[in-house]
Design a protein around this ligand. Structure first.
Ligand code: NAD
Ligand code: UDP
Length: 336
């Protein structure tokens, strides 16, 4: 594809891996980020891994003046929109910020893309839009019943993007619903670097194995699953990043909106992840069983067959690789 790809939130966990994957696939990525949940130190690492200079715009994605200037100054051919707020718990306490950034930011971006005549957009959505699934594996046609403020902002941003495309079929939009991204780049130069205490399972296991956090509280031992612990579809962040490159390729050939699950298509229980992580790090993970976490569901995993078929993409890195790469990143410091 001619022209550059703007990655909003490109300094964050998923965006940084997308930037490297884009550069390695021969694209010219540009990062726009306000660094509210990332560090400037990631930039030289992205340039080293991507093998090219990467322009940076430090701006809020809601800042239409900055967006307009960005589209004026750079020959942008497409956008990957990762900038957003993503903590389920924080969203319940700060609904205004979540609606403003996640929905308002998407509207501002689409408005300026429309002005600039840029039609290709890949949007970071989440499997959390499904809520409690009726059918496993979860297809894209499953009802959307998000249980959190965060999930509702993602569903609304999705609805907005599909409405745009219905009104103007020139838009080319891929809405990607991620299941549970985990792991890190195999170089251990970029990875997930939560500033607060990690809440997600794999980053928590990293901190516990490194002695930086006490034991794992496993949220529930009585779920209706094979070993009583919750089951999720963990996919390697590298596979996820490659899915975005594939989606941009798909959009060069296809107009309209497409909504796709990105996942492995199979679930792993908390205990299976703990055991895989123990094998990867060679240490025992101290754990206790605790009460279920409010809002959790027993099991969900993706039906990724539409993404497999339409994008020619498949998540291929297994749980052992996810754990090994996450642990390597932790041993390299696990932060910027
Ligand atoms: P992250 O917080 O690491 O990255 C988000 C980036 O966006 C950060 O660099 C942050 O500084 C930036 N940002 C936040 N608000 C901004 C604003 N107003 N203007 C400009 N930049 C802003 O999160 P991530 O895990 O990389 O998630 C990226 C996207 O993927 C998010 O939209 C998230 O909702 C979605 N997602 C993440 C997961 C997951 O498990 N990590 C799962 C499903 C969906
Ligand atoms: N989990 C856990 N203890 C923790 C964090 C997570 O038992 O400290 C479980 C959680 O209940 C779920 C799985 O690990 O079954 C993945 O949780 P995570 O928060 O990483 O992702 P989610 O699927 O909730 O978005």
């Amino acid at each position: 594809m001619d022209g550059a790809i703007l990655v909003t939130g490109g300094a964050g966990y998923i965006g940084s891996h997308i930037v490297v994957a884009l550069a390695q696939a021969g694209h010219t990525p540009i990062v726009l980020d306000d660094f509210s949940n990332s560090a400037l130190d990631v930039m030289p690492r992205l340039e080293a891994l991507g093998g090219r200079p990467i322009p940076l715009i430090v701006a809020d994605v809601r800042d239409m003046v900055a967006l307009r200037r960005t589209f004026h100054d750079h020959p942008i051919a497409g956008v990957v929109h990762c900038a957003g707020l993503k903590s389920v718990g924080e969203g319940e306490e700060r609904p205004l910020a979540y609606w403003d950034v996640n929905v308002g930011g998407t509207i501002a971006l689409a408005e300026i893309m429309g002005e600039a005549g840029v039609a290709r957009l890949v949007f970071s959505s989440s499997a959390t839009v499904y809520g409690q699934p009726d059918v496993l594996p979860v297809p894209e046609t499953a009802p959307l019943r998000p249980q959190s403020v965060y999930g509702r902002t993602k569903r609304t941003a999705e609805d907005f993007l599909r409405d745009l495309t219905r009104a103007n079929p020139n838009w080319r939009i891929a809405i990607l619903r991620y299941f549970n991204p985990a792991g890190a780049h195999p170089s251990a130069r970029i990875g997930e670097a939560p500033t607060a205490r990690p809440q997600n399972l794999v980053p928590l296991l990293c901190r516990i194995a490194a002695g930086e956090a006490p034991q794992l509280a496993i949220y529930g031992s009585d779920w209706p699953t094979s070993d009583g612990t919750g089951v999720r579809d963990y996919l390697h962040v590298q596979d996820l990043a490659e899915g975005h490159v594939a989606a941009l390729g798909f959009l060069s050939e296809n107009a309209g909106a497409v909504t796709l699950n990105l996942g492995m298509g199979r679930g792993s229980s908390v205990l299976e992840v703990v055991h895989a992580f123990e094998r990867a790090c060679g240490r025992r993970i101290a754990r206790v069983f605790a009460a279920r976490r409010p809002g959790d569901v027993a099991r969900y995993y993706a039906d990724p067959s539409a993404a497999n078929r339409l994008l020619g993409w498949r998540a291929s890195r297994d749980l052992a690789t996810i754990c090994a790469d996450a642990w390597r990143w932790q041993q390299a410091g696990g932060r910027y």
